[in-house]
Every structure is written in C-alpha cells, then in structure tokens.
Design a protein around this ligand. Structure first.
Ligand code: ADP
Ligand code: MG
Length: 223
C-alpha cells in the first residue's frame, strides 16, 4: 500500500492539477489509485463541483456526491482561510491524532495520493503545520512549485524546511504559473543548482490543445 503526499510552496500553485493528472496517468496504465484531500477550506456545500475533492473524485471516476466527498475529505470548512483559523471559526478543531490515523488508513489500491493544503508551513491547528503532518505519517512527497516572480525564494524555503525534517522528496514539479511566468527551465535549473540531486520535472501551462506530459516517470520507483 504505497502513498505519496503532494505538497507545495503555497496555495494555487497546482497541487490539485498535478494530483488529478497523476491519477489519470496511473489509470491509463491500469494501476489502481485513490486520492485523499483530508482538509479543505473554502468549501461551499452548494457548489461542490468546483472543490478540490470533487476534482479528485472525478479523476478517480467516482460520483461527485457529498457522501463521497466526506469519505476523502472529512475536515471541510466554509471560510477560505488557513485550517487553524477556519476550524476555530466553526469550533471544529483538527485533532492531530485523528488526522494521522485518517492519512494512514489502509486501502487496496496500488497507490494513494494525499493532497495537502496550501504550503508546507500552513498551520493545521495552534500547534502543528503541514510539515509536522507529513513528518508524522512518514510518506514521501512531491513538491509542486510555480514559476511566478518570487517563486524561487518560496521554493527554496520550502525545500530547506522539508530537508531540515529529513522528509523524503521524491521529486519537484515546476508547474508554469499563470501570472508573471518566468522560464520554467531556468526556474528548474536554479532550484537544482541550489538544492542538489532531487529529480525535477517541468510542466507547461496547459492551454488550448497542449498535451499534458505524463508524470509517471517521476514516481515510477514508488508504485
Ligand atoms: N499546468 C497548468 N496548466 C493549466 N492550468 C493549471 C496548471 N496548473 C494549475 N492550473 C490551474 O491553476 C489553478 C490552481 O491550481 P490548483 O491545482 O488548484 O492549485 P493548488 O491545488 O495548489 O491550490 C486551477 O484552476 C488549475 O486548474
Ligand atoms: Mg488544491
């Protein structure tokens, strides 16, 4: 039962996009795959189809229903804020042990992908951040970063934090940003020069009929 955690240097960088692409690539090659998005903020019960959880269910080929969403996303909050604050507003704190148990719960699939929330240091409650969550479950990660101006510092900060906790980084996905895009190749080269031997893949902005590159080579040793 293999698991990979998808995290990022921030929000809106492409975690869901990369996770759904991976699910589709894996299914095409006849792997069985499931995905979890344990914590979701900004969740509107009346507009579920746009939520990350709905996109993951769709990619898995499952019906987008509240029942299925609650199975992959037990912690759902209305306000589009960091989990600690959104949870406090609803008086529904995220208990670390419950989050760990859920993240480690077993499935029969070849691979389970877990999408984090926001960047690596987003607070989950008033004691822990995403990086503590990853460290506790000891699941290797893919780090998704952007190519917007400022991304290099965000990316290098995230990598330094992950390395300081000895978290296994399977690979880095440099995902071309919508605004202020810099060259994804130069972004990847700079990150590589400053961080060493982590495999890096670049993904263009997928517009019109541009083909999404297959992401399986990045994770082939983990399935
Ligand atoms: N490579 C890409 N090409 C086209 N659109 C993308 C790409 N990466 C992300 N997006 C879009 O950018 C937005 C933010 O990406 P998303 O995956 O939701 O970020 P995150 O999960 O990190 O918050 C979404 O609308 C998504 O479809
Ligand atoms: Mg997302």
């Amino acid at each position: 039962m293999n698991k990979i955690f998808i995290t990022s240097s921030g929000t809106e960088i492409g975690k869901t996009f990369i996770t759904t692409s991976l699910i589709k690539d894996l299914k095409k090659e006849n792997y069985t795959v499931s995905a979890l998005k344990p914590i979701l903020t900004g969740f509107n019960e009346k507009e579920v189809s746009k939520s990350d959880s709905a996109l993951l269910l769709e990619a898995m080929g499952l019906e987008v229903s509240i029942e299925n969403i609650s199975k992959i996303t037990p912690w759902r909050y209305k306000e589009p804020l960091s989990p600690n604050i959104a949870a406090e507003l609803e008086n529904k704190p995220i208990l670390f042990n419950e989050l760990i148990d859920f993240s480690l719960s077993g499935t029969d699939e070849d691979l389970t992908l877990i999408e984090g929330i926001g960047g690596v240091m987003v607070p989950i409650n008033n004691k822990i951040t995403v990086i503590d969550w990853i460290k506790a479950i000891e699941i290797p990660i893919i780090l998704v970063v952007g190519t917007y101006l400022g991304s290099l510092s965000h990316s290098l900060t995230a990598i330094k934090c992950l390395k300081s906790k000895n978290i296994k980084i399977i690979g880095i996905v440099v995902n071309e940003s919508y605004s202020q895009p810099m060259s994804k190749e130069k972004t990847a080269k700079t990150i590589s020069e400053l961080t060493g031997s982590i495999p890096i893949t670049t993904i263009p902005r997928i517009v019109d009929n541009k083909k999404m590159p297959n992401l399986i080579p990045l994770i082939k040793d983990y399935i």
